[in-house]
Ligand binder design. Structure first.
Ligand SMILES: N[C@@H](CCC(=O)N[C@@H](CS)C(=O)NCC(=O)O)C(=O)O
Length: 217
């Protein structure tokens, strides 16, 4: 059975977990905070979570985990069959990771880890946040899912990275992405209807709340 390592508060961890739920693949969850030292590096060389343990060894990086899951259990399909549509789906995933999640990362210290807000860092982060969000909106088809009529891995990544971004923009800029963009709100609501998403979001929200509270000391 596959083991998934990470923490419930993580958007990336939940993306990999939802992918396995959608695929109906059995898995066991192991609580493992990220870290830059020790045994974790043998499994996840950058110390990042999530990573999974298979019969053959470890795998890190969520987009790699998606590809592996699709290969070991092709049905239900979570990538389009057509090569171009499949590549566009991967483009959305990369955009969500690099340009939706990525620009919010400098704000994590203030929003989650309880450090005093540095206005200069917040101002510097804002243009990249707007640019990444615009890139996602340009790529996503909302038809009704990000890459077309079918739910794919792109929706899993988009959902969790938009959620992560929104946590930060609400706290730092008083900006609710869904409120300012009805297309995104409707999209998020649609994806949130998936039973897989419904089963992980309350666990994630509680874990995040607990983490934020513990960091405030
Ligand atoms: N590129 C990685 C990103 C994963 C990631 O950034 N995970 C965060 C938790 S949400 C983490 O491990 N952070 C600790 C670190 O970057 O050292 C992936 O696709 O899995």
């Amino acid at each position: 059975m596959i083991r998934i390592y990470g923490i419930h508060a993580s958007n990336y961890y939940n993306a990999a977990k939802v992918a396995m739920l959608e695929k109906a693949i059995d898995f066991e969850e192991i609580n493992q905070p990220p870290g830059g030292e020790g045994d974790i590096l043998k499994a996840s060389p950058m110390g990042k979570i999530p990573y999974i343990e298979t019969d053959q060894g470890y795998l890190s990086e969520v987009n790699v985990i998606y590809d592996y899951l699709e290969d070991i259990k092709p049905q239900p399909r979570l990538y389009p069959e057509d090569p171009y549509a499949r590549a566009k789906t991967k483009e959305i995933i990369r955009t969500a990771e690099l340009y939706v999640d990525g620009p919010a990362r400098p704000l994590l210290a203030f929003v989650v880890f309880g450090q005093p807000v540095n206005q200069a860092v917040c101002e510097q982060a804002r243009p990249a946040i707007d640019k990444g969000l615009n890139a996602f909106v340009q790529l996503a088809r909302f038809a009704p899912y990000a890459s077309g009529p079918d739910f794919t891995f792109a929706d899993i990544s988009a959902f969790f990275h938009l959620m992560f971004l929104n946590l930060h923009t609400k706290s730092i800029y008083d900006l609710d992405i869904g409120q300012s963009n009805p297309q995104i709100r409707e999209y998020m609501d649609r994806v949130a209807e998936r039973p897989s998403i419904q089963s992980v979001v309350p666990v994630m929200e509680k874990a995040l709340k607990d983490l934020i509270r513990s960091m405030k000391g």
